[in-house]
Design a protein. Structure first.
Length: 303
């Protein structure tokens, strides 16, 4: 039976309404600064005629009363990348802070990107002290701008990548996808023709672990292996750790096994889950997705 334009439009509206309600409910429950009203949910569901416009409208509405507009952020990341990162942090709440977190927690945000995680941490815990590391100057400037507009103190932004040494290093990035810039060659191995090279400052993470750290977020696009090898003897200072593990085409599982071994030896228990971008890529059983898959490792010190 051929679908009429009316039935197709109704199906689209129902699909839109489901997604918008799921999105708005998660935002409202997360305590994000701009709750969705019922009339806004219906307006967005009715107006959008394709997936791209729906994502754009939802992000624009969610950011409406914040420190930065959707239009500002779209100049830094593509719509699809903004959608994934925003959902990971504010909808999926990958970095949810437990209620038992101590007063004035010290947080290291390694791989801050546009600062959504920093913003999430500070919104949840205004008393937090945060150091955000981001090597791409325009992204680091965006984080600083957000901090200044919100009049937040106790947040310091380093325009640098964390590494196993201090100084400078070659950074590979794509103008089309600045989210995945890396000190490693994993994207070069994939044959990404859009990659450009840039020299960036690097800071040795080990130097920031001389005092207690309540949460270490490590999302450094493939450098997590080298960084963890360098700080393995300093992890006693870390209470909780989040690692986004990235796999390169030629890398073996020995890297992941070594990372997990370092955590165990440091007395850190952990669980592992695929992140949103891996889930949305489809089946993890395909060879391509296995080579590109990212995993979330949540670690907490054993009592």
């Amino acid at each position: 039976m051929t679908k009429t334009p009316k039935s197709t439009g109704m199906r689209r509206l129902i699909d839109n309404l489901y997604l918008v309600r799921q999105f708005s409910r998660a935002i409202n429950e997360s305590g994000f600064r701009h709750p969705f009203a019922r009339h806004e949910v219906l307006r967005i569901a009715h107006r959008c005629t394709c997936e791209e416009s729906l994502k754009r409208e939802l992000l624009r509405a969610a950011l409406a009363n914040g420190s930065r507009s959707f239009e500002e952020l779209e100049m830094l990341l593509t719509l699809d990348r903004l959608w994934v990162v925003f959902n990971e942090i504010f909808v999926d709440q990958e970095y949810q802070i437990p209620a038992t977190f101590p007063k004035a927690p010290r947080i290291l945000d390694c791989g801050a990107n546009v600062g959504f995680a920093t913003e999430f941490f500070k919104t949840k815990r205004p008393d937090a002290s945060i150091i955000a590391f981001e090597p791409t100057p325009k992204l680091a400037d965006s984080v600083r701008d957000m901090v200044q507009r919100r009049n937040w103190d106790s947040i310091f932004v380093e325009t640098a990548a964390v590494s196993d040494h201090e100084g400078s290093a070659e950074f590979l990035f794509s103008e089309h996808d600045p989210l995945g810039g890396s000190l490693t060659t994993r994207k070069q191995e994939r044959g990404d023709a859009s990659l450009q090279k840039q020299t960036v400052q690097v800071k040795r993470l080990k130097d920031y672990l001389q005092n207690h750290v309540d949460l270490l977020k490590l999302d450094v696009e493939g450098s997590e292996f080298e960084v963890l090898e360098d700080i393995k003897d300093d992890l006693a200072a870390v209470d909780r750790i989040f690692i986004e593990y990235h796999r390169g085409p030629s890398w073996t599982n020995e890297r992941l096994e070594r990372i997990l071994s370092i955590l165990r030896q440091a007395g850190i228990d952990y669980v592992i889950a695929p992140n949103r971008s891996s889930r949305e890529a489809g089946s993890l059983f395909t060879q391509r997705n296995l080579a590109n898959a990212s995993l979330c490792i949540y670690g907490s010190r054993k009592n």
